[in-house]
Design a protein. Sequence first.
Length: 290
Amino acid sequence: MRGRPPSPPISHSEKTKPVAAAGFSGRSGPLRTAAWDFDAFQRLGLATPAGGHHCLAALGAADAGGESEATFRMYKLYSMQRSGNSYKVRLALAFLDAPYRAIEVDILRGESRTPDFLAKNPSGQVPLLETAPGRYLAESNAILWYLAVGTSLAPDTRMDRAEALQWMFFEQHALEPNIGSAYFWLCLVKGGRDLQTHALEDWLERGYAALQVMENHLKTNDYFAAGQLTIADIALYGYTHVADQCDFDLSMFPAVNAWLRRVEQTPGFVTMDWTPETAVADPAYFAAEA
């Protein structure tokens, strides 16, 4: 799989055009269609004339109680490179062309349990997104929803939004606890297979059941909600694409495999091992930035 290809519009259902992301240094990235463009953003207070800040920053400022993010350089994302949950957020940021600073947190070395990190996220988990100075958001799917609001990654209609959430809940209760757990113990933890022999059979049984649910849906749908790529697809992609690394045979799910390729062919896609230029790997950075 490739690293980071060029990024034309991401909409799959309508003719699109780029939207300027003034104040951000990333690639130009469209966030809607021509029918849902700058005027709509301006009426909602999410866009400004040239020189203003990005609509995502405006949304974050509103959520932070009105504090302007015009002076907030970019998001900070605390994540672990090989974590599927962390990758979901990095992939969404890549599709949206939203610049951010990636700070590597190795949970296997206890870096998410330090006093500095626990002050930011008492649960001691990654990913963790700093949306404004001192304002942190945990849980990968909550972060996905925060990032997607006002973009083509979030469905427009009430029912489409509910269906996206339905699949994101499914990912957390059926996919991540099984395929995600198998991936963690078999691929990331040295000797993990021996430590979790008793659990592997259950993970495989329940993980295959989740993949079959996805397969049945994808036999008649290209994506999981709204007929186009949304955060529901990103949430499900995170661990599905590594299932074959942890004893799952994906050859039995042709529709799932075709969907994986569709996601990977979407402009802006990045692989799990891709890192932004602003990556920081030194845990001491936590204290320096506190």
